[in-house]
Ligand binder design. Structure first.
Ligand SMILES: Cc1cc2nc3c(=O)[nH]c(=O)nc-3n(C[C@H](O)[C@H](O)[C@H](O)COP(=O)(O)OP(=O)(O)OC[C@H]3O[C@@H](n4cnc5c(N)ncnc54)[C@H](O)[C@@H]3O)c2cc1C
Length: 269
């Protein structure tokens, strides 16, 4: 495991390319954190599902990566919220993990076509692993703010229960009826001591998606599916859905990295 402190690059504290500031940071586990980055000038509008590119200068070079926005477009005054996994190789996240609140950053965007269809009355099935849940949180927050909620099922897979980002938020919306969402978390390593207290669903998302569709009565003609995160998971889920008769154009995908480019240690997406 490469720890952020193993990264020898010198982070540049001020540079003319910086146009934003890290205004909030909350570490959920050692390797998962929420970051909020605010433009120093006016916020730029975006649509839920889009991503921004954030970066920082180190050793005279700008290091930057795309991240799905988890906050709603109506919330940009507080910055854009991102949910990020630390990848244990010396590239961008080893720099990001070393930044304290108040550090300047470079931010650009928005970009991306992983968008909600206007006024889509179908049930929305949001499938993700790891940090791939971020764009779905933005979509729910925005349609909630607009008072145009959509019937939604959130299937989220992680290795360990403490990696279920936004769990409290989703359980809260489901419990108090603030949003018509059915939250279905699943844990892929139930035998691990870290999951000792987990009593919920187990298995990888591609392993449980068939049961979830059957149990919740999700029919191809009345459901639109959005899948985000790990490319292998996306292809596997898509294969299962095709087998259940979902037409390809009812399935939208956002890949966080190209297929076949796995790093050994991190799991999920
Ligand atoms: C459109 C888009 C949106 C993205 N949104 C997010 C997001 O909201 N949150 C987020 O954490 N990442 C997101 N990513 C991935 C992100 O851009 C970086 O690739 C990632 O943070 C790792 O950066 P790096 O420079 O350390 O390593 P990179 O060189 O960028 O990636 C190296 C390897 O790390 C692995 N990896 C990359 N991202 C993840 C991840 N999220 N979880 C597990 N393994 C990963 C892959 O095997 C990849 O080949 C997104 C990518 C794209 C294309």
């Amino acid at each position: 495991m490469t720890h952020p402190t193993d990264d020898p690059r010198v982070i540049v504290p001020s540079d003319e390319r910086y146009n934003a500031t890290l205004v909030e940071r909350h570490d959920e586990t050692d390797t998962l954190a929420y970051f909020s980055v605010r433009f120093d000038g006016e916020p730029v509008p975006f649509e839920p599902g889009q991503y921004m590119t954030i970066g920082v200068m180190a050793d005279g070079k700008l290091w930057q990566r795309p991240y799905s926005v988890a906050s709603a477009p109506v919330e940009t005054a507080n910055g854009y919220e991102f949910y990020v996994r630390h990848v244990p190789i010396i590239r961008f996240t080893t720099l990001l993990w070393r930044l304290q609140v108040g550090h300047p950053m470079r931010m650009a965007g928005p970009k991306g076509r992983f968008l909600l269809e206007p006024a889509d009355a179908r049930t929305h099935l949001f499938v993700s692993t790891g940090t791939g849940i971020a764009p779905f949180i933005s979509m729910i927050r925005e349609t909630m703010a607009q008072r145009k909620p959509r019937k939604t099922v959130v299937l989220h897979g992680v290795s360990y229960a403490d990696e279920l980002g936004y769990r409290d938020v989703l359980e809260g919306w489901e419990r108090d009826g603030a949003y018509p969402v059915r939250y279905v978390p699943t844990i892929s390593r139930p035998a691990d001591p870290r999951n000792a207290e987990w009593t919920g669903r187990t298995g990888r998302v591609e392993g449980v998606i068939d049961d979830v569709c059957r149990d919740l009565g999700l029919r191809p003609e009345r459901t639109v599916v959005y899948i985000c995160g790990n490319p292998d998971m996306i292809l596997n889920v898509e294969r299962v859905l095709m087998g259940r008769g979902f037409p390809e154009f009812h399935v939208k995908k956002e890949l966080y990295w190209p297929k076949g480019k796995e790093v050994a240690a991190p799991s999920g997406g």
